[in-house]
Ligand binder design. Structure first.
Ligand code: SF4
Length: 191
């Protein structure tokens, strides 16, 4: 069996195991996808999926208690938050726009922020299965923030642009996106 096929099989097996319990919320489904990808070594999420160990254990015990989950990332990616100076700012941004203050949203926030450390599109770094899943997740948990992305900017670019604007930093070289030579980098297809 090829390595790719083996990874896909692992992902499908883990996902079906994670889904054996009834879904408790839309986030449960997205968390199951991200967890299955992480278990199959298919995301940029580091150890504990980027959560604090205590948060990770609560996630396991609440949603995936029937499944064995490793603690260290099967991909070998380790927590590298030392190089992420914007980590607290991203957490604060998402927390401020969360529609509720629940354990579940805090897991989602921690995982999204860890995914921002990756080098691919955010939905890929998170181990979601499509960009539309990420779009739905963001609209569900952070409706006001997600609605601000009315021009359908790439999600990671959009989050970082919010940070810049909140700090009053306008690092873009063009006066508006429509006339910017980097338009495709910010708005091109995210597939
Ligand atoms: S398209 Fe250009 S102006 Fe718009 S956010 Fe991207 S870099 Fe900035």
């Amino acid at each position: 069996m090829s390595a790719v096929l083996q990874r896909q099989t692992t992902l499908a097996v883990v996902y079906s195991r994670l889904k054996t319990s009834s879904l408790m919320s839309p986030n449960h489904e997205w968390l199951a996808c991200m967890t299955a990808s992480w278990c199959a070594g298919q995301s940029a999420l580091p150890d504990y999926m980027g959560l604090e160990p205590d948060q990770f254990n609560k996630l396991k015990n609440n949603y995936f208690q029937d499944s064995f989950l490793p603690e260290l990332a099967p991909s070998g990616i380790y927590n590298d938050f030392d190089r992420m100076l914007e980590r607290e700012d991203l957490i604060n941004l998402l927390t401020r726009y969360s529609k509720a203050n629940t354990l579940e949203i805090n897991w989602v926030i921690g995982i999204i922020v860890a995914g921002c450390l990756g080098n691919d599109h955010l939905w890929q770094d998170l181990g979601l299965w499509s960009r539309s899943q990420l779009t739905a997740l963001l609209h569900f948990n952070f409706p006001e923030l997600a609605a601000k992305n009315s021009m359908d900017m790439k999600w990671k670019k959009f989050l970082y642009k919010q940070l810049c604007e909140e700090e009053g930093l306008y690092v873009c070289r063009a006066p508006s996106c429509n006339v910017c030579i980097d338009y495709a980098k910010c708005y091109g297809p995210e597939e």
